[in-house]
Design a protein around this ligand. Structure first.
Ligand SMILES: NC(=O)c1ccc[n+]([C@@H]2O[C@H](COP(=O)([O-])OP(=O)(O)OC[C@H]3O[C@@H](n4cnc5c(N)ncnc54)[C@H](OP(=O)(O)O)[C@@H]3O)[C@@H](O)[C@H]2O)c1
Length: 380
């Protein structure tokens, strides 16, 4: 029986690579629903190729444009459209590959409907990880992360007793500005920040990788996904992006997962889990890679990392505030409104103004998110 998929964010970097994996393993999957924001031409093409039952776009205007392109299946719109695609009765597994906190509501709706989940989208786990993981256990569904570091840890922990885990080591490429001082980063342009050395990704996650906020968000994501204390999660800069993360066990053994920096590997693992299927992709050749190097992160020049750890240690509503402030900061940087180094300054200033709530409900988290977005827009 093919696994029946809904892909939210099908026109983005992860969404397109998910469809490449599906095209390569055509007998294993059926695409039931696709959703995107604005790229109706690409969605129309995907609809012709993969024949979903229904699709969704950001607004009515795009829905009209899609129909004009000859798409005849039902077209839903907006956040409600994302939720409808995520909960179509025929769907077994939902790939969440939209950006930012936008993924939270459809992910939650999919969970409530008992769907298995493959989130690439880390922000919902950063903000509401405790709620999500509790609901995953209650619903008895599978959640297999797509983020390469978390996929690595998930793969390493397969069959292991998790209480014997001592430490998680997340690797990071270091981004395009590794080795630079803050003074050297003051005038960085959007184009420079969007040029990542090892990964081809959408703009939000690329900027987060340049500030190292991405690694900070991943620490919080790992904390919830694997039920480990924040103090048990370390970061190593590994510029070659071959070792995708490591786990140290109580006996001193350290296990790692390795591959080229190619998101199709963790995507395929999440789609085919618990099985493994062959792939035609290039095999890892350690002789061709050359030396693998590791160095400590530069906390002073990349303050987003420390801010994320602080938010994780504070807990409650603070990670939601960190995430919301960062989303607005990245948007404002991409829009040319603020400089690169204003990203950590803005996030820190919003965090300083926040009085965190402990044990927040989903509504409390929504309010903290809205509050932080408004504060982040005020930053000058
Ligand atoms: N790319 C990577 O290698 C990578 C690696 C690890 C984790 N991630 C995580 O995966 C997520 C997706 O990243 P990405 O790089 O694939 O991002 P991306 O290339 O920017 O793609 C985002 C997707 O979300 C859709 N979208 C945006 N606004 C929407 C809206 N209002 N309604 C419906 N759909 C909307 C976009 O549609 P349109 O383009 O049609 O507007 C696009 O399909 C992020 O959370 C990121 O942190 C990505």
């Amino acid at each position: 029986m093919p696994k029946r998929l809904a892909i939210l964010g099908s026109t983005g970097s992860i969404g397109r690579q998910t469809l490449e994996v599906v095209a390569e393993l055509r007998d294993c999957f059926e695409v039931v629903g696709l959703a995107c924001g604005t790229n109706v031409e690409r969605l129309a093409e995907q609809t012709r190729q993969f024949r979903p039952q229904a699709v969704s776009v950001r607004d009515e205007e795009r829905a009209e444009a899609l129909r004009r392109l000859g798409v005849e299946v039902p077209v839903y719109v907006g956040e409600e459209g994302l939720e409808r695609i995520a909960t179509l009765p025929e769907v077994d597994l939902v790939v969440v590959a939209v950006t930012g906190l936008l993924g939270l509501k459809p992910l939650w709706a999919a969970l409530q409907a008992g769907k298995d989940l493959a989130p690439a989208n880390k922000e919902p786990l950063v903000v509401a990880g405790e709620h999500i993981m509790r609901r995953v256990r209650e619903q008895g569904v599978q959640l297999v992360p797509i983020d390469s570091e978390h996929s690595a840890i998930f793969q390493v922990l397969r069959g292991e007793d998790r209480s014997r885990l001592r430490r998680i080591i997340l690797t990071a490429s270091g981004g395009p500005f590794r080795g630079r001082t803050r003074a050297e980063m003051e005038h960085i342009t959007v184009e420079e920040a969007l040029a990542h050395p090892t990964w081809q990704m959408g703009p939000k996650v690329t900027i987060d990788s340049a500030t190292l906020m991405n690694k900070g968000l991943e620490v919080i994501e790992a904390h919830w996904l694997f039920g480990v204390e924040v103090a048990q999660i370390d970061i190593l800069i590994h510029p070659q992006s071959i070792v995708h993360s490591l786990v140290e066990f109580v006996d001193g053994s350290v296990l790692a997962q390795m591959d080229w920096p190619d998101m199709r590997t963790p995507i395929q693992f999440a789609l085919t889990y618990p099985e493994r299927q062959p792939s035609q992709r290039q095999r890892l050749d350690l002789l061709a890679v050359g030396p693998l190097t590791f160095e400590p992160p530069d906390w002073d020049n990349f303050p987003c990392l420390g801010l994320a750890y602080a938010a994780a240690q504070t807990g409650g509503t603070m990670p939601a505030v960190l995430n919301a402030a960062n989303e607005i900061a990245v948007q404002r940087f991409l829009g040319g409104e603020i400089g690169f180094l204003d990203i950590p300054r803005l996030v820190e200033s919003v965090m300083e103004q926040h009085t965190p709530l402990t044990a927040p409900s989903l509504d409390d988290l929504g309010e903290a998110d809205a509050w932080a977005r408004a504060k982040a827009e005020e930053y000058q």
